[in-house]
Design a protein around this ligand. Structure first.
Ligand SMILES: [Fe+2]
Ligand SMILES: [Fe+2]
Length: 221
């Protein structure tokens, strides 16, 4: 059976259409960008995390594939998008000819990427969570000039830079945010993103790493 690559998945017409549709659905309700850009960035970060931590090449490829697919369920609806995304991914990966043992790893990562209550079930899932949840950025906001921006939107809008630093030697994974405090105050960041930050912490813990959050150079966690 052929080894399915990240490029095979990225170039698949159905995957492109699903991401496009997911993004259009979100655009229609004024939600932040959730299309090709988010999929590409998440998969690049997920792959880098495993690469820096010394995981095998195939694990890196699977993490990139899972991260690319993690939000395709939003093409159907938002609330259960992790589950619907896993079901959609199954059909695509089967059609492409991926072996079932690998498909299951990806389905589990896609299906549990929003799971708040448990430690991730594999290095692939943990990498997907890190790739997904660090994507806080002003460029994802649809209408920066709108007058009634909610806090969630303002947190994204305030974030000028987001960088994930993985240091295998010191066993730390640090999220370094540059935030415009004219747009939000740091308290608002935590109000909105505490849950997201906890997910990042659990994902780092899977790798036996400490998670550190820096905002504007100050250590917060
Ligand atoms: Fe998601
Ligand atoms: Fe996402």
């Amino acid at each position: 059976m052929a080894e399915i690559t990240f490029n095979d998945v990225m170039n698949d017409a159905d995957v492109k259409m699903l991401l496009d549709t997911a993004d259009k659905n979100f655009a229609a309700i004024g939600y932040k960008e959730h299309g090709l850009r988010h999929a590409k960035l998440s998969s690049a970060i997920a792959g880098n995390v495993l690469s820096y931590l010394g995981y095998p090449k195939r694990d890196i490829e699977l993490a990139k594939i899972a991260a690319y697919l993690h939000d395709i369920g939003n093409a159907i609806e938002r609330h259960k998008h992790a589950l619907s995304g896993a079901i959609l991914s199954k059909r695509i990966l089967e059609r492409l000819g991926m072996r079932y043992s690998e498909i299951l790893i990806i389905l589990s990562a896609v299906g549990s990427h929003e799971e708040k209550d448990i430690i991730p079930n594999s290095q692939i899932t943990a990498a997907v969570i890190l790739g997904d949840k660090i994507d806080v950025h002003f460029s994802r906001v649809r209408s920066p000039n709108g007058k009634m921006l909610d806090k969630h939107t303002r947190v994204n809008l305030s974030c000028k830079n987001s960088f994930l630093r993985v240091d295998a030697a010191s066993k730390t994974i640090s999220l370094e945010l540059t935030v415009d405090t004219n747009v939000i105050d740091i308290g608002e960041y935590f109000e909105i993103f505490l849950e997201r930050t906890m997910l990042l912490k659990k994902a780092a813990k899977y790798f036996d790493c400490m998670f550190i959050l820096y905002i504007n150079g100050n250590k917060f966690l």
